[in-house]
Design a binder for this molecule. Sequence first.
Ligand SMILES: [Zn+2]
Length: 296
Amino acid sequence: MIQNPIAWPNGARCAAAITFDIDADSLIHIARPSDGFNRLYPISMGRYGPTVAIPRILDTYRRLGLTQTFFMPAWCMERYPETVEAILAAGHEIGHHSYLHEDPTSQSDAEQAYWFDRATAVHRRLTGQAPRGYRAPVYNLTQGVVDRLIAQGFLYDSTMMADDIPYLVHANGGELVELPTHWGCDDWPPFAHYAEIDYMMPVRAPSEGLRAFFEEFEAQYEAGGFWMPILHPFLTGRLARWRQFERWLEPIVAKGDVWFAPLETIARHVLAERERGQPVRVETLPYFERPVHLGR
Ligand SMILES: [Zn+2]
């Protein structure tokens, strides 16, 4: 059961957004700045995303009539402009996902501001508009980034985990829609094996790893909620995994009672519902102004 459920358009039973973070080989360059450029295995593993998986995923979306959201570090957008073009040509959204997958918690405010704005400039140049949404690399969102998103007029964030369904974040007199994530809907735990960035998990069979996403969907569908997998083309876009994902998706899309939309559209719907007087839950930030510890 969900408190204060959101009514979805056209009487849809639940909302859904399949999100892909196209990190490509930014991960190895940011993790190993001195020698990442010469580590060909992780570079090639990352390149599989934009070059092989994204055409496959876009083909599925085209066949099923879905419009969705992708997040892409700006360096990847510059490195793979044909991927950006293909995504935009099909009407999908691209959200802000840092410049080179740098971690906001390891940056000074000045560094964070510089690379954040540099990434936004790439979005403007390659997509013709500023990004409406943001997802922090490795979920490492900070209050400084939230403040920056609000100050720059972002519509939504999709990094935090305080609810099952979209909610509002109020901070410093401003507001963001939060389209919440959680680890149970992320494909790193079941599918990533990446020793170079200290992430070594037992790789699951496609059916076993994907079952978690499908069970998450069943619960959200039953409760009238919001289902949002956080996927990576180089993981879930692999042949056997995407084959199963696509076959599972087909009858759900065909049934027609799930609202699949880009995050921007879902966020605008949440604000419209609030304007209609519907209750939408609010989290007020900052959570803390100073460290919490057993001090005096
Ligand atoms: Zn990422």
